[in-house]
Every structure is written in structure tokens, then in C-alpha cells.
Design a protein around this ligand. Structure first.
Ligand SMILES: NC(=O)c1ccc[n+]([C@@H]2O[C@H](COP(=O)([O-])OP(=O)(O)OC[C@H]3O[C@@H](n4cnc5c(N)ncnc54)[C@H](O)[C@@H]3O)[C@@H](O)[C@H]2O)c1
Length: 391
């Protein structure tokens, strides 16, 4: 929905509600991001990469709402004016973001950013089909890279990405922010202290996306790759790494394959995860999500990443946050820390398993048939005939 075109009364109601949910600062930035997408700069051209050394060292590819309201916002809030170069296929978006966050240059040429020697870390937040190739170029040029979700929309892309990570020892983090949220971390911590198979149940009401939105373009992967990947990844990470695979994916769908669906996963240790994803009308408060889970003596109930109740035997832990925290700040800052602390980077194994499980979930829902997924195995995963073409 284009909020800038709604009635004044709607805008006021929405703003008031968002101030309560996210606080004044975040609400203001979200509003600014909407108007950022409208800004035009007639007669302007890309700026060249300035010669000489620079203390600024962050590149951004894709300067849409997410880059404006989250990536650039949190990077500058936490580390100062470190954004060196920004790129977008639409120059107006690059100029608007570049000026707001004081980048050294803005451009429509991705190679300018990806080969700029001053850039050591690249955040990729462009359209979904382009993420992998930008990430591979960044890795080949020795940059650390944060890839917004999804990191790959096809198996071929995933193979090439994992192959590049191995070949160039590239540092990569994925933009799955929910495990990095305040309540996500608390939940994961308590989950890991229990033993035995788990049962994890999500109900998610996704925000409304117009039928002609670019998410639905053939190459972009639709809402399974674009949205469901968040909960697939988080559910997978809650299962101990050594017990995750093989996974049986069981789809339930009606007319559509990526909205109003339910999908279940039976993990290697017998754990069951179910994600129910409803997308119908407008959800005034954005994405709504509840999760109930049970493992050992732990019963967990999470609401909208603002409230969590953990029952551990007779003990009850309750956390209620002032404002929703989906983990964006923590995720974006942890990616920044890859520069000094490579141990926070993702392994090739998890990049593969998270991406493959999501791609196979789409297959299962498209065909309406169960699919069995094996875990990472370097001999059939990244090292495959497709990857041998990689330079
Ligand atoms: N982690 C999260 O919670 C979260 C939330 C929202 C969006 N995202 C992700 O952030 C990314 C951007 O989403 P958004 O909401 O900002 O979308 P958007 O439509 O607001 O912005 C996308 C931008 O990418 C640009 N673009 C399109 N094709 C390009 C290309 N080939 N190269 C460079 N730029 C290109 C567009 O011009 C646009 O400015 C997506 O990957 C999306 O999934 C993540």
C-alpha cells in the first residue's frame, strides 16, 4: 500500500498506532522512507568514485525503503557517517539515500561500489533475483557482505553463492533478523537448554502486497522466497544443528501456492514445525505473528516480537517490550562486526541449508506434494557441475 496517497485521517491513525508500536524515532524514519521513494532529482547523474583514501567504507546496493529506514539508519546511528557509496538501478533512490546519509557518491553502476577499494562491507537490499550475483561479486572482491533475504531464489544461485564462499573465503551474513531480536535470542537460549524433539507452531498474517508488486514477478520467487523464508530460517535454527536433516516438507494449500498456505516440517530428530501464512486484507499494524512452541519442560509463547512467555516447569518468565523489536538493528550491526570479528559470519553450511530448505518449500507448495530434503553435503551441494563454471 502506498501510504503517501492515503487520506490525512488514515495517515494520522497509522502514525499514532506506529508511535505506540515502534516509538517516535522509528515511526519518523519509516514515514521518511515512504517519501524517500517519491523523491526525484531531475538532470542529475551518477557520481564517480572519488580518488584517494576515505575513512568511509560501507557500500549499499539497492536503496529502497528497507535500505533507507533500516540499513543506512542503523549503520549511521551506531557507527557514524561510514557510508561510502550507494547504488540503485533507479538513480533517484541512490541520490536520495546518499544525500540523507552523507555517502561519498551515488551511482547506478553496481561494479563501482563492488570494486571500490575503500569499501570493505557491502549491504545488499535490491530486488530478490539480483542478490546472489551482487553477493558473489562482493565476495570475489574480498568484501564482507550482508545479504538481505532471500540470499538465493534458485538452486543454481545457491550453488554458485556457496561455491564462491568456499573459493574466496568470503564473509557472509544473511538478513534473517528475527533470531537476532531481543525476544528471539531469549527464546533460542532457553530452547537450547532443553532436550528432545520440539513442536513449533507459527501463525503469521502477512502484510498486503499489491498483485503487481515486484515480489510477484516470475524471477523474484514470490512470497515463499520473499517472506516465508524468515520463519523457515528461524524454525530451522531452533532445532540443534546436528539433528535438523533430513527434513520432510508437507504442504497444505488451496488456490494459491504462496499465500494462505500452511507448511509443516518434520526434522531429523522428529521435531515438527508448522508455519501458517495468511495474506488477505490490509494488516493495519504490519506483519502479525504468533508462535507457540514446546520442548522438554519449556512452553513458549511469542507475540509480535513484543511479548514472550516462557513456562519452564513451575517457573514462569514474562517479557514485554515497550516497542516491537524484530532484530533489525542487532542483525545489521552484527554484520558490521564481521569486519573485526569474522566468527560472526555464517558458515557455508547454514547458508546452504537455510536457502535450500526455503527453495524446496516453494517446490513443495508449487507442486502440492511432500518433498524430502537432505542436509548440506559438500559433494552434492556447492561443489556441483553448475559451480564449475564459476571463474
Ligand atoms: N529483513 C527484513 O525484515 C526486510 C524487510 C523488508 C525488506 N527486506 C528486503 O530488503 C530488500 C529491499 O526491499 P524493500 O522493501 O526496500 O523494497 P523497495 O521496493 O522499497 O526497494 C527495492 C530497491 O531496489 C532497487 N532495485 C531494483 N532492482 C535493482 C537491481 N537489479 N540493482 C540494484 N537496485 C535495484 C529499486 O529501484 C528499489 O529502490 C529486499 O530483499 C527485501 O526482501 C527485508
Amino acid at each position: 500500500m502506498d501510504y503517501t496517497r492515503q487520506t490525512l485521517a488514515f495517515k494520522i491513525r497509522k502514525t499514532v498506532r506506529y508511535v505506540r508500536l515502534y516509538g517516535i524515532g522509528r515511526t519518523w524514519t519509516k514515514i521518511a522512507a515512504q517519501y524517500h521513494m517519491k523523491r526525484v532529482f531531475p538532470g542529475q547523474e551518477s557520481l564517480p568514485v572519488p580518488a584517494g583514501k576515505s575513512l568511509k567504507h560501507v557500500g549499499i546496493i539497492g536503496c529502497g525503503k528497507f535500505a533507507y529506514a533500516n540499513i543506512a539508519y542503523y549503520v549511521c546511528k551506531n557507527y557514524g557517517d561510514v557510508i561510502r557509496g550507494v547504488m540503485d538501478a533507479d538513480l533517484d533512490k541512490a541520490i536520495s539515500l546518499g544525500k540523507r546519509y552523507q555517502a561519498d557518491y551515488y551511482t547506478t553502476d553496481a561494479e563501482a561500489v563492488l570494486t571500490d577499494p575503500a569499501v570493505t562491507l557491502v549491504y545488499i537490499a535490491s530486488n530478490h533475483a539480483s542478490h546472489t550475483d551482487y553477493a558473489i561479486r562482493a565476495i570475489q572482491n574480498g568484501k564482507a557482505v550482508h545479504i538481505e533475504k532471500p540470499h538465493a531464489v534458485t538452486e543454481d544461485q545457491l550453488v554458485r553463492l556457496c561455491n564462491a564462499m568456499q573459493r574466496y573465503t568470503g564473509r557472509v551474513r544473511l538478513g534473517f533478523n528475527r533470531p537476532d531480536s531481543t525476544l528471539g535470542r531469549l527464546l533460542s537460549d532457553h530452547f537450547a537448554r532443553q532436550t528432545g524433539p520440539a513442536l513449533i507452531n507459527w501463525f503469521v498474517a502477512g502484510h498486503q502486497i499489491e498483485a503487481d508488486h515486484w515480489y510477484f514477478a516470475e524471477l523474484e520467487g514470490g512470497r515463499i522466497l520473499g517472506n516465508l523464508c524468515h520463519w523457515i530460517d528461524f524454525t530451522m535454527r531452533l532445532i540443534p544443528e546436528e539433528y535438523r536433516f533430513p527434513v520432510q516438507i508437507i504442504p497444505t494449500r488451496s488456490g494459491k501456492s504462496d499465500c494462505d498456505i500452511s507448511v509443516s516440517y518434520v526434522f531429523g530428530d522428529g521435531s515438527i514445525g508448522t508455519i501458517t501464512f495468511s495474506a488477505k486484507g490490509h494488516t493495519f499494524e504490519g506483519v502479525r505473528e504468533t508462535m507457540n512452541a514446546h520442548r522438554g519442560n519449556l512452553l513458549a509463547s511469542l507475540t509480535d516480537f513484543s511479548a514472550l512467555r516462557l513456562d519452564i516447569g513451575e517457573r514462569v518468565i514474562r517479557r514485554r517490550l515497550w516497542f516491537r523489536d524484530h532484530g533489525h538493528q542487532h542483525s545489521i550491526c552484527t554484520s558490521y562486526q564481521m569486519l573485526k570479528n569474522p566468527s560472526v559470519a555464517e558458515s557455508t553450511k547454514i547458508v546452504w541449508e537455510s536457502g535450500y530448505l526455503t527453495i524446496k518449500t516453494k517446490d513443495a507448495l508449487d507442486t502440492n506434494r511432500p518433498v524430502r530434503v537432505e542436509g548440506y553435503n559438500p559433494t552434492f551441494g556447492p561443489v556441483s557441475p553448475v559451480s564449475s563454471n564459476e571463474p
